[in-house]
Design a protein around this ligand. Structure first.
Ligand code: ZN
Ligand code: ZN
Length: 394
């Protein structure tokens, strides 16, 4: 069945390029949804629209009873202005598919077409999740809360590009057991002092001085409180303070992100950021307000499902193009984690990094692009996973 995806290659490239030209950001993606729905109608696959956003769920019901498999694509783009000079360049000013989600939709539509043509042979059903707002880590969570995983036995998804390494040859599939990506959360600390003249700091409370201590103190959590064998990142990427060289301001706002591979580490970091910020501010006569804006949990693959994904990829691509173990997970995040919290499954990576084609540029860069030659592979691996999973060969 999966071999038929090779014949779809041209159609996949066409769909990807059409989607690439109409990137939309966030939850409301009317043109993107209309495009996906148009293709599903063309293929004769029924779907239901999400009520809270532009996501949708399509279902291919097999001819015989069996399990239910879910395959997922994300639909959202980024608020970036494209700098690639290609004839399929983004037509939406200030928006770009700079993370490759256009290819995810195309690859899933390709797989859907083939699976639907063979639905009478399938034991069970395949659900297709087209979700919004992966970049804001809200789309998957909302679909899970609406019950999309309730009747699902296993879930699979893929990310294209060079997330793990730009040195993995284009076309390589990575499917590993356990944690493959980190949690990603944002925090905001408002440090409050009392503004005054720069010449008389004793008459006020200097929030810049306090905030500087907070920045240093927060790193001590990683150095002294989290075990060295448990990877974690705490980065402060924004520090807004002051208006003039001789004025002590009243407030400083710090924003940062934490990444962790285990939920207990994630929770400990979040707790200590609040405690240390408040205690440091009070030590120096100020105060601090702290807010955690939760993103997605760590992406943790089920060992058996990761093996099934790797075996399926080996069927399609041969042993040399499949990686089933990596030295270290990626500290980036993915809201696919929400599906995996409900049911077993695996999140895969499909490398499209080729320096000769300039497709080894990092994700979220205005010159990000993919090696389109790998698109059929993504569809074929999805189809092969469905064949294996619904046949009960696990
Ligand atoms: Zn991204
Ligand atoms: Zn992405």
């Amino acid at each position: 069945m999966w071999e038929e995806c090779k014949k779809l290659q041209e159609e996949l490239v066409r769909m990807r390029r059409e989607l690439h030209q109409i990137p939309e950001v966030g939850d409301v993606l009317p043109k993107t949804r209309a495009y996906v729905e148009g293709k599903l109608k063309e293929y004769g696959i029924p779907f239901t629209e999400n009520s809270h956003d532009s996501g949708l769920i399509a279902v291919i019901k097999g001819g015989k009873p069996g399990k239910t498999l879910a395959l997922r694509a994300d639909m959202d783009a980024l608020p970036i202005t494209e700098e690639n000079e290609v004839d399929y360049k983004s037509r939406h000013e200030g928006a770009m598919h700079a993370c490759g989600h256009d290819t995810h939709m195309a690859m899933l539509l390709g797989a859907a077409k083939v699976l639907n043509e063979h639905k009478d042979e399938l034991c069970g059903s395949v659900k297709l999740f087209f979700q919004t707002n992966e970049e804001g880590s809200r789309g998957a969570e909302r679909m899970v809360n609406d019950g999309c995983m309730d009747d699902v036995d296993a879930v699979f998804g893929t990310h294209i590009g060079c997330i793990l390494s730009k040195d993995l040859p284009s076309g390589t599939v990575v499917a590993v057991p356990g944690c493959c990506m980190a949690s990603f959360d944002k925090f905001v600390i408002k440090v409050k002092g009392i503004g005054c003249h720069g010449s008389t700091p004793e008459k006020g409370v200097d929030p810049i001085n306090i905030a500087a201590h907070i920045v240093i103190n927060l790193q001590e959590v990683l150095a002294r409180e989290i075990a060295a064998v448990k990877p974690a990142v705490l980065t402060i990427g924004k520090f807004n303070a002051g208006v003039a060289y001789n004025v002590i301001p009243s407030e400083v706002v710090i924003e940062g992100t934490i990444r962790a591979l285990e939920e207990d580490v994630r929770q400990e970091l979040a707790k200590r950021i609040g405690e240390i910020s408040k205690a440091t501010a009070e030590t120096f006569r100020g105060s601090a307000e702290y807010e955690m804006i939760w993103g997605a949990p760590p992406v943790v693959n089920d060992a058996k499902m990761a093996e099934l994904a790797a075996d399926s990829a080996r069927d399609v691509l041969g042993n040399d193009m499949v990686v089933d173990h990596i030295a270290a997970p990626n500290m980036g995040g993915e809201d696919f984690a929400y599906y995996l919290m409900k049911k077993p499954g695996a999140f895969m990576f499909l490398s499209s990094a080729d320096p000769k084609k300039h497709t080894d540029v990092p994700h979220h860069n205005p010159r990000f692009n993919v090696d389109e030659d790998v698109l059929w592979e993504g569809s074929a691996v999805f189809v092969r996973i469905a064949e294996r999973f619904l046949a009960g060969k696990q």
